[in-house]
Design a protein around this ligand. Structure first.
Ligand code: E4P
Length: 221
């Protein structure tokens, strides 16, 4: 399963990238707005300078609502680098843009998905990724992971190639459930990334082993 960082924070992106355990990044207008970049050009430049390995994926989002402008913006974003995947919202215009961008060989991430039929339509429009937002569904007392299960079933039924990118992740439990359901990718905040490695029994175990090792006076030569 691919793991993307859901962030526009350069420090967090660099720290996560240095582990060689992440496959890319997703950004959105909200994430862009909180980092204090002087321009969108600076944001795209700085983020693209981090993700340089051949298979790295960098998701940038369009900022318009009509298909024509979304297509223009998508072409501009994709021209920045071969790593770019263009995010469009799952609206009628967004899917028209998705179809056209896909036809031009540009990979599209259809975002803000909250229902199985939206995911079905995104796949029909040729989306490279569908981004269902599980946390926001959980927030309003719906079952976010149930949506992933439904989309997986629909895509499997019809052999649809669109990859399921689980988004709006709130904790490691969402990553675990996404993996169990066979989702293709997760995008996670840095705080969740750090938690994926942690278990308190691992810390207890390490401390005990180190204490006991000191008692032995052994050395690894
Ligand atoms: C996905 O690409 C979005 O950026 C993201 O996962 C939204 O998550 P949020 O609900 O935490 O804002």
């Amino acid at each position: 399963m691919k793991i993307f960082l859901d962030s526009a924070n350069l420090n967090d992106l660099k720290k996560a990238y240095a582990t060689n355990l992440i496959d890319g990044v997703t950004t959105n207008p909200t994430l862009a707005s909180i980092e204090g970049y002087p321009s969108f050009e600076k944001l795209t430049h700085d983020i693209l300078s981090i993700f340089t390995k051949p298979m790295d994926v960098v998701n940038f989002e369009v900022a318009s609502l009509d298909a024509k402008t979304m297509i223009e913006e998508g072409i501009k974003l994709a021209s920045l680098s071969k790593h770019v995947v263009v995010k469009v919202p799952v609206t009628q215009d967004g899917l028209i843009a998705c179809k056209e961008l896909t036809k031009r060989g540009i990979r599209v991430n259809v975002t803000l998905c909250f229902s199985p039929t939206q995911a079905l339509m995104a796949a029909k429009a040729g989306a490279y990724f569908i981004s269902p937002f599980v946390g926001r569904l959980d927030d309003q007392n719906e079952d976010g992971m149930r949506l992933i299960e439904q989309i997986k079933k629909i895509y499997t039924n019809y052999g649809m190639k669109t990859q399921i990118l689980v988004a709006s992740i709130r904790g490691p439990h969402h990553v675990m459930e996404a993996a169990l359901l066979g989702a293709d990718a997760c995008t996670i905040p840095y705080s969740v990334f750090e938690k994926l490695f942690r278990h308190e029994l691992t810390d207890v175990g390490i401390n005990k082993f180190l204490d006991d090792w000191k008692k032995t006076k052994f050395k690894i030569k």
